[in-house]
Write a protein that binds this ligand. Sequence first.
Ligand SMILES: O=C(O)[C@@H](O)C(=O)COP(=O)(O)O
Ligand SMILES: [Zn+2]
Length: 213
Amino acid sequence: MTAIGSAATHAREEICSVGKSLFDRGLTAGSTGNISVRLDDGSLLMTPTNASLGDLDPAQLSHLDAEGRHLSGDKPTKEAFLHRCMYCEREGDGAVVHLHSTHSVAVSILRDTDPDDALPPLTAYFAMRIGRLPMVPYYAPGDADLAEAVAAQASAHHAVLLANHGPVVSGKTLRQAQYAIEELEETAKLFLLLHGRDIRPLTRDQADALRPR
Ligand SMILES: O=C(O)[C@@H](O)C(=O)COP(=O)(O)O
Ligand SMILES: [Zn+2]
């Protein structure tokens, strides 16, 4: 097998095992959420539309070329264009994860969430894995305008919250994207848990010193 072939086989297996881990821990439900990985030749492996992340088949993942043409596998996620926009803006990144993780979705629905800074830096780990989190306005899932709104943030931010929808996070590797989106969800949970309490987040200088570059 060629190097790209064995990397693709590994990526297919990793997408399915990460998807199952996220689903089994309740981080996205039903057939929500989607995952993609960029291979060394620029082509993309993506989860199919209407597939449960808990029950993915490596052989049925969608394979798109670098221009977004569907090469093989099931029909790709309706957010294929959004994933492609993230990769266009973030040359060094190799994976994108989108979830409907409950606490992050809840924050995306609160009327007073700041679209420039959706969650405070409650912990050092959030500052390291996410940095500042922008929120884009509501558009229907799969809408090209949603992808464009994410693209406008993506060169400066690898993590974006979609209003009334959920988070999208990219990473150099699928593991990095997974760990970052999990940290975002844990921070959203803490934020809601602490509602009404007198909290002391990291200062902006403390958070900036840890921000991912
Ligand atoms: O919210 C949606 O409909 C999509 O963003 C989603 O999470 C699942 O869509 P597919 O990946 O097309 O199944
Ligand atoms: Zn979604």
